[in-house]
Design a protein around this ligand. Structure first.
Ligand SMILES: [Zn+2]
Length: 435
């Protein structure tokens, strides 16, 4: 865990002094094209479904596909995917590499999109769509590690896991429960929507046992594809080890003194009570249950299991890992990694996770107290908090402090946000927007 910490701080000063161009979001024309492209692709896909199935199964499959395709189109329109040329061009070179080294028996058509999510994750959707999160650029060291995740997703795709999972659910006549869940997801759409295509993901990735087997199958096939590309074997495991270390609570530390430094304003002196942590004993545990499970993604036993399985099936993976993964600071991957690091705050805010966004904003401002960009950003972000509080939607954007949280710094931080009143938030926002 600690080395992520180190990486984040290592990159922070460099990032802003270099003044990297922010991710281009003036991408209306590209987005419109992408929407048109997917609408056509989905029509072809749905035609195939119509021809392949009959009766109830056909109707229910079509319902679910159409519903989630609409959701996907909305996701594009909401600027969930990064269409900045630096990323799209890089992704297209990766796709070319894959298509050159692997033949059409290995992989059929696929399309890769990069999502704004800071979580180091990727997923495969029906219709040959692979989504990789920008968080992978932040957590990985090199292109080989990124390619290993893409190969894993190609494994899912070639094994038709998304389509088969859905078909088996419909066939087993689970669709009433499924539809109830869809409606539920649709209702909850505002806030906390961390992943693109949330609906389909929810259907595909919610089942334990079958999912575990599919993960291992995708690992095996993914690894074979990876090996066939002539990439270093060890990178495949390195990526899994890195993912195993991921903690959904950012591993940064903000201490009491930092709050005193940043929030003791001449018009509004710092108050000790802002950092008071509430007594957990009065919480109604069940009320917070949902938030707890959403925010405590710290252990990944399934990744340990996947690593063991790979080592068992492929003897060459039993060699000890090269201690220092390759980092090439002149590579395109590395340049995009810097962009991904710079965009962390914006990504969280765009995904309506103001809590984590502001956490990073504060941590970086402590490192670089004279950085005007970060100050202005903090002002803007506190304005968002203020507006949310005013409209009673604060809890959509800022997590509750829960008894399960172990990270002292994060608990102190969340308590701070919850303890501030409307005027105090507005004053902080005004101060940083003017300075
Ligand atoms: Zn997988």
């Amino acid at each position: 865990m600690k080395h992520f910490n180190f990486l984040i701080f290592l990159f922070a000063p460099m990032l802003f002094s270099q003044e990297l161009t922010p991710i281009d979001t003036a991408d209306f024309a590209t987005r419109k094209m992408l929407v048109a492209e997917y609408k056509t692709a989905f029509e072809i896909f749905n035609d195939k479904i119509n021809k392949k199935h009959k009766g109830r199964i056909k109707r229910e499959l079509r319902d679910i596909y159409e519903f989630s395709q609409e959701e996907f189109i909305r996701t594009i329109e909401k600027r969930e995917f990064i269409l900045d040329a630096r990323f799209t061009e890089y992704i297209s070179t990766l796709s070319d590499k894959l298509n050159t080294k692997l033949n059409t028996n290995d992989v059929s058509d696929f399309k890769i999109l990069v999502s704004r999510s800071n979580n180091p994750n990727a997923y495969c959707m029906p219709g040959d769509i692979l989504v990789i999160n920008i968080g992978l650029f932040r957590f990985f060291n090199n292109e080989e590690q990124l390619l290993s995740v893409i190969c894993h997703e190609l494994g899912h795709k070639q094994l038709r896991h998304p389509e088969n999972t859905l078909l088996s659910k419909v066939t087993l006549n689970n669709s009433e429960a499924l539809k109830a869940r869809l409606r539920n997801i649709e209702r909850k759409k505002v806030g906390q929507n961390d992943e693109a295509f949330a609906l389909m993901k929810n259907i595909l990735y919610s089942e334990g046992g079958k999912r575990r087997i599919e993960e291992q199958q995708a690992d095996s096939l993914g690894y074979l594809l990876f090996r066939k590309m002539g990439l270093p074997n060890s990178s495949f495991l390195e990526a899994l080890y890195l993912l195993k270390e991921f903690d959904s609570i950012p591993s940064i530390e903000i201490v009491q003194k930092d709050y005193e430094t940043l929030f003791d304003l001449s018009e509004q002196p710092f108050k000790d009570q802002w950092l008071e942590v509430e007594d957990f004993s009065k919480y109604n545990y069940s009320f917070y249950k949902e938030k707890i499970s959403a925010d405590s993604l710290k252990t990944h036993p399934e990744l340990e299991e996947r690593i063991l399985k790979l080592k068992k099936d492929f003897s060459e993976l039993n060699n000890p890992l090269i201690p220092e993964p390759k980092i090439d600071t002149s590579s395109t991957f590395y340049k995009l990694k810097l962009v991904a690091n710079q965009e962390v705050i914006t990504n969280y805010i765009e995904k309506e996770d103001y809590g984590k966004g502001i956490y990073f904003n504060i941590a970086r401002l402590i490192d670089e107290p004279k950085n005007d960009y970060l100050k202005k950003l903090l002002g803007q972000n506190f304005l968002l908090l203020y507006e949310a509080k005013k409209q009673y939607t604060f809890n959509k954007y800022v997590a509750y402090v829960t008894p399960e949280m172990e990270d002292e710094s994060y608990i102190r931080y969340l308590s701070f946000l919850w303890n501030l009143n409307l005027d105090e938030m507005k004053n902080i926002s005004d101060y940083y927007l003017q300075n």
